[in-house]
Design a protein around this ligand. Sequence first.
Ligand code: R5P
Length: 289
Amino acid sequence: MLLAFADERPLARRLRCELAMVVEHRFPDGEIKLTLPPSLPGHVLLLRGLQQPNERLVQLLLTAKTARRLGAKRLTLAAPYLAYMRQDIEFNPGEAISQRIVAGFLGELFERVVTIDPHLHRIASLDEVMPGSRGIALAAAPLLGAWIASQWPAGKGPLLVGPDEEAEQWVRAAGEATGLAGVVCRKTRHGDREVDVELPPIDLMGREVVLIDDVASTGHTLVQAAQALRARGVAAIDAAVVHALFDAPAVERLHAAGIRRIWSTDAVPHASNVVTVAPLLARAIADCD
Ligand code: R5P
């Protein structure tokens, strides 16, 4: 049985499992009450992406504990976007290392956590933060690469550009799937909305490029990369991200910076979704049975 919240019904339906809903009531003071089907099978799958994660983490806590009480012996979480993976070290003394804490929390609630392109930078695999092979990381960057390649005639594809060193893994995965060449930039972050992006020293004059990254949020990383690319005389810039976490003004910001088309996967629902991760998730979920 697949449990899902109402706002994730479209992706849930594409997973083609027996679907039941978690019904949420919100009290005036902000607390929530969740209602699950009163009787559950031994293995329950819950679909809940962790964009806007703080409230959703409470939903997961309440759902998982209730599902156990109602008969579930094995719980699998399908979280297409796994939040808090970017804070993976103590950058300044006293900071919470959110990646370890959140991954540990989910690993205690669920036997398996299936996710897509988690932002793992300084660690190689989810096992390091979610022991016991509980975490399963799927790769959507090759699907995004295939979409990008399909937008150009064969043999005339664009150059893939990762806006920072951490994007190297997604540039590589998309490149391996399609044969598209790629490069990565160097990014220096000064604050939530202040970044500098330095391009590699290659000739970009007249090239068509696609910026590719796992996550875009405020869009400033892509904006700075686009500005640097325009200064080098590129012919066109498009952008593709796995997780479209965009805040409200981000899309406008990207177009104003000269980004022509914005593409994403439906790992996070957004108007820019062009690639579905449903088959990827469905295969991984079938393997969890
Ligand atoms: C960080 O390294 C990520 O891959 C993204 O580049 C970053 O989160 C994008 O954030 P924003 O869109 O706010 O610049």
